[in-house]
Design a protein. Structure first.
Length: 163
């Protein structure tokens, strides 16, 4: 089911999501809805707080073919490459705005799988950018928080004018 996306400046987008204690059928259903919502945008990732679910859940699918979504609970970056990758990032929470950011080109992420087991996976390229973007959302951060204060104000002002 496609769920509505919260819009900036909804306070939930600034709230740290709660840890997932156990993988339940309810959690799996939220992941399913997140994938449906991500595909409808279309996008390459989505964090649960973006749809108003305040749990540390994310989905990422940067594949060309689609249908390769990785479901993550309580994801955390445990290794990051020194090499950076630039990408124009945006969020459906702030339509019409984007910013070019540099993030580690490769990361290793530890997370709880849909089976309730801890795993780790290496992500690179757009996959790495997206998973880091989603982890920011889970911490109550937006991509523009990585900009200088001046660039952030300019971006938010432009977005406000477009809205």
């Amino acid at each position: 089911m496609v769920r509505p996306i919260l819009r900036w400046p909804d306070r939930r987008l600034r709230t740290t999501a709660d840890t997932v204690e156990e993988i339940t059928d309810e959690v799996r259903a939220v992941w399913d809805d997140m994938i449906d919502t991500m595909e409808a945008m279309p996008g390459v990732g989505l964090a649960a707080p973006q749809i108003g679910v305040m749990l540390r859940l994310a989905v990422v699918d940067a594949s060309d073919a689609r249908g390769q979504a990785v479901r993550l609970a309580n994801p955390e970056v445990i290794e990051a490459s020194p090499e950076l990758r630039a990408h124009e990032e945006a969020s459906p929470c702030l339509p019409g705005a984007s910013a070019r950011l540099e993030r580690p080109a490769q990361v290793v992420v530890r997370y709880l799988t849909p089976r309730g087991k801890w795993d780790r996976q290496a992500f690179e390229g757009l996959w790495a950018t997206s998973v880091q973007h989603q982890i920011d959302h889970l911490a109550g951060r937006m991509y523009f928080d990585n900009l200088s204060p001046l660039k952030r104000r300019m971006l938010l002002k432009r977005a406000q004018k477009r809205a």
